[in-house]
Design a protein around this ligand. Structure first.
Ligand code: URA
Length: 230
């Protein structure tokens, strides 16, 4: 929300007063004087008028989880454990997942209460690279490298996937980097060659690599530096 809107919503200020307060530099956001009425404030912003606290700002929370296979990327599920069940945190209903993984996919998952941060991370325009370790049923041929780089046509969405980087590791294993997050994208890309993915593990999202200290099912908060990477 815009700062002037936030202030006008306060019962003690009229619109005209809001303009004056900003010009007189009496409003602070997160400790800094702000006079721009368009300045975006969020639930996490601390907003002060002189010495009076108008909004304390709720703490933003960011976690990295090593998702194990056999767990649903959802906040609730009637049958299976969910990734949120793995967190021992208060107010879990405030948290959401930034980029889902399939039931049997393991690896790096980011969880937060900051919608702005997670939107930036997951929206297709950001083209955030996601790196997966993949094992398949059949041998992965060199032609996959060219085809994945050129893109695979997905009839359902009527689109061709963005160029993806494939590094062959063994006859049936590879590392794949994709910049989108289409439904079952990796499985469908290998499906183009009728090759079934039997193991899928997300190693990294952008510059953030899954912490090797985290066993499957474990998680930890992100450091401010890690949050600021995005
Ligand atoms: N692609 C898939 O097919 N599954 C995942 O879980 C992630 C990417």
């Amino acid at each position: 929300m815009r700062l002037d809107r936030f202030l006008s919503n306060q019962p003690q200020f009229s619109r005209q007063q809001v303009r004056l307060l900003l010009i007189e530099k009496r409003i602070r956001v997160d400790g800094r004087v702000v006079s721009d009425p368009h300045h975006e404030v969020r639930d996490f912003s601390r907003i002060e008028y002189d010495a009076q606290l108008l909004q304390a700002g709720k703490p933003a929370r960011y976690f990295m989880l090593h998702k194990p296979p056999g767990c649903v990327s959802a906040t609730q599920d009637p049958e299976h454990p969910t990734v949120l069940d793995l967190l021992d945190e208060p107010d879990k209903h405030d948290l959401h997942i930034a980029g889902r993984l399939d039931f049997n996919t393991s690896g790096l998952m980011l969880i937060t209460n900051d919608g702005h941060w997670s939107r930036h991370l997951t929206q297709p325009q950001t083209k955030m690279p996601k790196v997966y370790y993949v094992e398949t049923e059949q041998v992965i041929g060199a032609e996959y490298v060219t085809q994945f780089n050129e893109g695979i046509y997905f009839a359902y969405e009527d689109l061709t996937t963005q160029p993806a980087g494939l590094q062959l590791l063994g006859p049936c294993s590879a590392r794949l980097s994709i910049v989108e997050g289409r439904y079952h994208q990796v499985k469908r890309m290998f499906g183009y060659f009728n090759n079934k993915v039997v193991r899928l593990h997300r190693e990294s999202i952008g510059p953030l690599v899954l912490d090797s200290q985290l066993a499957p099912g474990q998680y930890r908060p992100l450091s401010p530096e890690e949050v600021g990477l995005f």
